[in-house]
Design a protein around this ligand. Structure first.
Ligand SMILES: [Fe+2]
Ligand SMILES: [Fe+2]
Length: 296
């Protein structure tokens, strides 16, 4: 078992399946019907547009770091189960990247052409880090980012389901589909990082770094999108801040779960949100399941 490496018992649920689902949604059609598809609200819509635009390149970074560590590490420290999970993790992330690319392309088709420049900058940064940072350092950032995405899924299930409920289709289905797969593979890079000998100090530093990095990049994109609409005024700035940091703000509510990562004994499977996600978002998951069946 994965967790028997280094004498730990596996915390992986026995019923865990990583299913790389095949989905395909038409984002442009929905954006054309309502540019502010999240609650008719430009600030929250562009927060989601900004966050999601980080995913394609981010996910390629995640896949590369996992592959690089896997290929370079001592093979007897890598169990067959973990190797198989890495393979499925890469397939899931590849599909997420494809769908989020399509979402970004829809934004560009709507006239937000600057999103291309943001993407190119992210690509350059990723090339730089692949050259300059060791695979284990990059994997520490990936494991931390995976905790961030799993925290978002946790938020959607238990704390702010309104964030999904207020999204128009197919964005709500995409959010739920992505959240489910982020939950399924939330421990893969963490387990790989530990199996490869990664320690506490680096993973904690990585968590602090990726959180700040994500917030800055997301803010820059959200600001750009709102500026393009001529809406980046004092009210929008205040609303954007409140959406993240105000009472019941996303970051404020996310923080306790996010901070679990800094506990020395933390493991992603100390909570399992999959069943509650499926029951909270049964309608969205059945759309995803139907698409998957059609593709199979
Ligand atoms: Fe993903
Ligand atoms: Fe992920």
């Amino acid at each position: 078992m994965i967790g028997k490496l280094f004498g730990r018992r596996s915390k992986t649920p026995t019923d865990l399946t990583l299913l790389p689902r095949v989905v395909h949604f038409d984002y442009l059609k929905s954006m054309r019907a309502n540019r502010y598809w999240h609650d008719d609200n430009p600030v929250s819509t562009h927060l989601f547009n900004a966050l999601q635009a980080l995913f394609p390149e981010g996910e390629r970074f995640f896949m590369d770091s996992a592959r690089d560590v896997r290929d370079q590490m001592d093979k007897d420290k890598l169990s067959a189960e973990l190797e198989e999970q890495i393979r499925l993790f890469i397939r899931q992330e590849a599909m997420h990247g494809r769908e989020h690319d399509a979402w970004t392309e829809a934004l560009i088709a709507l006239g937000y052409v600057g999103m291309r420049g943001f993407d190119e900058k992210l690509k350059r940064d990723n090339r730089w880090s692949r050259k300059k940072l060791s695979p284990l350092v990059r994997l520490s950032m990936t494991a931390a980012s995976e905790h961030f995405t799993a925290s978002l899924a946790h938020l959607f299930v238990y704390k702010r389901p309104d964030l999904v409920d207020n999204a128009a289709s197919p964005f709500r289905e995409l959010l739920v589909y992505h959240a489910m797969e982020e939950l399924e593979h939330k421990a893969v890079c963490f387990d790989l990082y530990q199996a490869a000998g990664g320690g506490y100090a680096l993973r904690s530093a990585a968590m602090a770094f990726v959180t700040v990095d994500l917030l800055v990049r997301m803010h820059n994109r959200q600001k750009y999108l709102l500026e393009q609409d001529g809406l980046w005024d004092e009210d929008a700035r205040r609303e954007a801040r409140a959406l993240l940091w105000g009472k019941n703000g996303i970051m404020r509510v996310l923080m306790p779960y996010l901070l679990r990562y800094f506990r020395p004994g933390f493991h992603p499977w100390e909570t399992d949100e999959r069943r509650d996600l499926r029951s909270r978002y049964g309608r969205e998951m059945s759309v995803v399941d139907r698409q998957q069946l059609k593709a199979a």
